[in-house]
Write a protein that binds this ligand. Structure first.
Ligand code: PRE
Length: 292
């Protein structure tokens, strides 16, 4: 955080100039940032104690959840959310400067699948004949385009990536809807919280809940546990349990601190209903002002 000097090691989905990097750098300007090639690599790095924190994308306003992050947190790792970062997302089409006069003849568009999906309309109407190639991040796509000056290809990513990898932005703001933001989780092995200063001050708790058995009304009962206590939910999403078709767990965000008496009561009632509840902890949201 800007007011502290933790000198922590923080893994992020890299390389440098990815959106995850911009969100991380905005909130941790002085810490040691460690790029990882994939979301599982970031999560494993913090789970194995190689870094203190890891920052991974978890939800985009246009494309929805980053399911790899949610599933990995449920199935593979025991980690806590210490904070949530939010970043405004602006996607630009960029080419190698050696190709800037021929950009309308591009033979491929490279980017992270979420970024390509956020620009679906533009790419479909403008370049429907051009194959889309998935990369591990938008910055990885920009790096690839910069390392291949003889290929007439483009990357989709942010302005910082264009600058870092010396590319020319040939079409700015190609995302389909103006309101484009992404949420990122800051993960830790400890159930700790980033300092509340600089956050929006609203405590949020994320639970992963498995219903007892396939009995009618079970989800209704779970929701009523929160409803009658006037605990406000800001997200609910079902994901496959991976044990069979129709088996799900639910990821629920509640706008309250898990230490509040009402939340403790809710947890007790869920247990009495036979639900398995995994709390990822209570955390605050930090709005990053980076204009990418
Ligand atoms: O590729 C990047 O730059 C990322 O940080 C990943 C990611 C994502 O997974 O959603 C983050 C923000 C944008 O929504 C697009 C891509």
């Amino acid at each position: 955080m800007t007011e502290q000097h933790w000198e922590k090691r923080i893994a992020y989905l890299g390389p440098e100039a990815s959106f995850t990097y911009l969100a991380t750098k905005a909130i941790f300007p002085t810490e040691w940032l460690v790029p990882c090639a994939t979301i599982p690599e970031c999560i494993e790095a913090v789970a194995d104690g190689k870094v203190d924190l890891a920052v991974v994308p978890m939800e985009n306003a246009l494309e929805g959840s980053v399911t790899l992050t949610l599933d990995y947190l449920f199935h593979e790792a025991i980690l806590y959310v210490t904070g949530e970062l939010q970043l405004k997302i602006q996607q630009h089409l960029m080419v190698n400067k050696a190709q800037k006069d021929h950009w309308e003849s591009i033979k491929g568009v490279y980017s992270h699948p979420h970024a390509l999906a956020q620009c679906h309309k533009y790419l479909f109407y403008r370049f429907s004949h051009v194959p889309l190639q998935q990369t591990t991040s938008t910055a990885a796509a920009a790096k690839y385009v910069s390392e291949n000056p003889n290929e007439c290809i483009a990357a989709v990513g942010n302005a910082a990536a264009a600058e870092k990898y010396d590319l020319e932005i040939v079409q700015p703001n190609i995302h389909d809807f103006h309101f484009n933001h992404t949420r990122f989780f800051v993960l830790s092995k400890q159930n700790i919280r980033l300092p509340q200063e600089l956050s929006d001050g609203q405590a949020k708790t994320t639970f992963m809940i498995t219903l007892p058995t396939d009995r009618s009304g079970a989800l209704h009962q779970v929701l009523s546990v929160f409803a009658w206590r006037q605990l406000n939910l800001s997200k609910i999403e079902s994901r496959p349990l991976k044990t069979g078709l129709g088996d799900y767990f639910f990821m629920i965000d509640v706008l309250a601190d898990e230490k509040e008496p009402m939340m403790r009561g809710a947890m007790e009632e869920l247990a009495a209903l036979g639900c398995k509840v995994k709390s990822l902890g209570t955390y605050f949201t930090y709005l990053t002002s980076d204009e990418s």
